[in-house]
Design a protein around this ligand. Sequence first.
Ligand code: ADP
Ligand code: GN1
Ligand code: MG
Length: 372
Amino acid sequence: MTNITETELEEVLDAYRHIGTLKSKIPYGNGHINNTFLLTYEIPDGQEKRIILQEMNREVFKQPKELMENIIGVTSYLRGKIIENGGDPERETLNVVPADDGENYYVDSRGEYWRAYLFIEDATCYEQVETKEDFYQSALAFGNFQHLLAGYPAETLHETIPQFHDTRKRFNDFLRAVDEDKLGRVVHVRDEIDFVMKREGDADVFGDMLKRKELPLRVTHNDTKLNNIMIDNATRKGICVIDLDTVMPGLAMNDFGDSIRFGANTAAEDETDLSKVSSNLELFEVYVEGFLKGCQGSLTQTEIRLLPMGAKVMTYECGIRFLTDYLEGDHYFRIHRENHNLDRARTQFKLIEDMEAKWGEMEAIVRKAANK
Ligand code: ADP
Ligand code: GN1
Ligand code: MG
């Protein structure tokens, strides 16, 4: 990710002049990966039009053209489904706005890739759950997203980040970072390293089952944080799933699990007071109910049984990724303060301890919801 100057941004804005007269531009959102701006234009009829402009993170997404092919493929497919169901395709999926030259992305003179989306109006991205009902609606929407994409030709999707949720690979990358200790930070995180090492077995649970063909690969979102869904301000429904950069073949439990990791946390992902961090079982329960309903009976018994494991594995993997990035000098996740990735890793490990203490209850909640 690069820091862009005003002149560099001007060049990009110049490539989208057909939208209207630019009134304002502000950095936007709390994503850790892309560089996002909210643009407000005046259009010929005198009205305002808002656009999301993003610089794609090229350290993370090495093949931006292929990434955009995925986005266009998936959003066109969803558009068809939304129209079939009588929905509003301008609000219920992302819509790429082409540049002046008609391309779906713009490459600036530094070689950085940009894209624009219609801004989804009258809807909100939450950083933390405010009501149980909102969380239920987000579960319904993420479950339904997976259900809607069940017929998508998975073989046409590019793998935008190879082995994205291969937890064993993440574990091995972590071991390498510890071994190399490029910044001499290992000495500060001995306890965290021990924590990860003790749970090494969790890195292989899903990978081993996949090898034994006990789990189906589905077209999944793979980044199902609460702030990757827009909740309609009026109806309070999960109106649109956004951040489609990682839509790839994956596991249902991981989509479920990443939502629990982030949304059922009683504190922020980067909370430094760990006494505030726990996994809320009431939120876990509503999410299980919403997700099963959204998937509309498509999950196998094995997948359902493994939902708690999905929550644990996603939290473990994410904790490992934050800690690895801390050890390697914070080049992957955007940070806003010193030790930010370490703080994020610590919240993940606290969540795991809490889930381990609540394991029986989590399994009972899933059994109850599955038998309803
Ligand atoms: P990142 O990969 O960095 O997380 P996202 O695509 O999730 O990037 O975008 C960052 C934030 O920008 C989102 O969390 C959301 O708040 C906002 N955002 C992104 N796309 C839209 C959109 N089409 N309409 C409204 N807000 C959006
Ligand atoms: C990143 O892009 P964003 O902020 O929605 C990351 C996820 C992590 C998450 C942790 C492409 O999500 O995998 O779980 O941060 N996305 C990518 O908050 O690596
Ligand atoms: Mg995001």
